[in-house]
Design a protein around this ligand. Structure first.
Ligand SMILES: [Zn+2]
Ligand SMILES: [Zn+2]
Length: 351
């Protein structure tokens, strides 16, 4: 690819590839095609990747289960995928924009779902919940974070929403795990697992051609959500996330072509990973100072987020605040105590 027309954005470089629209497949490098599916959120798209695989295709991620995505897929099945069938479906992780249509696509094409075991099982377990069954533990968790009555009602109203963004999940799957190798077309792709954004996120690395399909594990402009959820209130996903960033830094280089799930393909993985690590470490440092006085998770929004916290981002902001607090607790830099009302207070350890 020519060097000159590439766009630079700080330390990242974007190859001059036109972003595809609708059903159009845009070739990114030989045998790798980019499909950009709309999402009805402020994050308005997800990138899917179609890899030439002999006489068929391997697909990475599916899009959200809604009419708009299904319409695009119907058209693809009638055109590009008609003479070349879908042979294999790989899903990076369980979030509905990635896994939402796995059941539908797998049924329509016969392509088996390939996913890591934790992602598959976590999705299966979330699908069991419906609107009426908000667990008392979960309410106690958000009350402890500092939610008021209105915020708890909002949580109740959103509970069980995961299943509404999915259209089934295949009843069996092929397990992907760290260091598996997949032969797709004439390339060998290594499975690389990332943690922190989701339990066992699959990325695909082709060392020979220096290509990396990163899912949500490495994005060019947004920082992936790293949250604690009520099912595991004392988890430390931020530590997992930082370890994964360091692992990717040791494998990739600034010439690796990163194909992310959101945003544009880019070069500059090492710069971007270091930036993500630095942002989190800086946030952690600021939080320690902020917690000179005892603080609740909701008090930390002003330190961690520039955006205004509203009903659309409250759950993620809370999860992310607790992730930072739990990380500092694990590192021995904050202590935590629960008061008589069940509120969790965090304070700097002064030695
Ligand atoms: Zn995700
Ligand atoms: Zn995503």
């Amino acid at each position: 690819m020519a060097e000159s027309p590439e766009r630079r954005d700080g330390s990242l470089k974007y190859p001059p590839i036109v972003k595809p629209e609708g059903c159009h497949l845009q070739e990114v490098c030989s045998g790798v095609f980019w499909l950009r599916m709309p999402l009805p959120f402020s994050l308005n798209h997800i990138n899917l990747w179609l890899l030439e695989d002999g006489d068929g295709w391997t697909l990475v991620d599916t899009g959200l289960a809604n009419d708009q995505s299904i319409e695009i897929w119907q058209s693809l099945f009638e055109n590009d995928l008609k003479s070349r069938p879908l042979k294999r479906l790989i899903v990076t992780h369980m979030h509905p924009d990635h896994l939402g249509l796995a059941g539908w696509i797998s049924e329509k094409s016969g392509a088996p779902l390939h996913i890591s075991r934790s992602e598959y099982l976590m999705c299966r377990s979330l699908l069991q919940y419906s609107h009426e069954q908000v667990p008392a533990d979960a309410l106690a968790f958000y009350r402890g974070a500092g939610f008021d009555t209105e915020q708890l009602d909002l949580y109740r109203s959103q509970f069980g929403g995961f299943g509404r963004m999915m259209r089934g999940l295949p009843h069996s799957y092929v397990r992907l795990q760290e260091r598996d190798y997949l032969h797709i077309g004439n390339r060998q792709w290594q499975v690389v697992i990332g943690e922190g954004h989701s339990p066992e996120h699959v990325c695909l690395y082709c060392e020979q051609d220096n290509l990396f399909i990163s899912g949500d594990q490495l994005l060019p402009t947004i920082s992936s959500n790293v949250s604690v959820w009520p099912s595991e209130p004392f988890a430390d996903p931020l530590n997992d996330w930082l370890l994964s960033c360091h692992k990717l830094k040791s494998m990739l280089n600034n010439e690796t072509l990163i194909m992310p799930a959101h945003g544009k393909p880019f070069y500059g993985a090492i710069h971007r990973l270091q930036q993500l690590i630095d942002e989190h470490e800086n946030d952690l440092t600021s939080l320690i100072e902020f917690c000179e006085q005892p603080r609740r998770a909701v008090d930390c929004f002003s330190v961690l987020f520039r955006a205004k916290i509203n009903r659309h981002n409250l759950m993620m902001a809370t999860g992310e605040s607790i992730a930072h607090l739990n990380c500092l607790y694990s590192r021995g830099q904050l202590e935590r105590h629960f008061d008589g009302e069940g509120l969790a207070w965090y304070q700097k350890v002064n030695r």
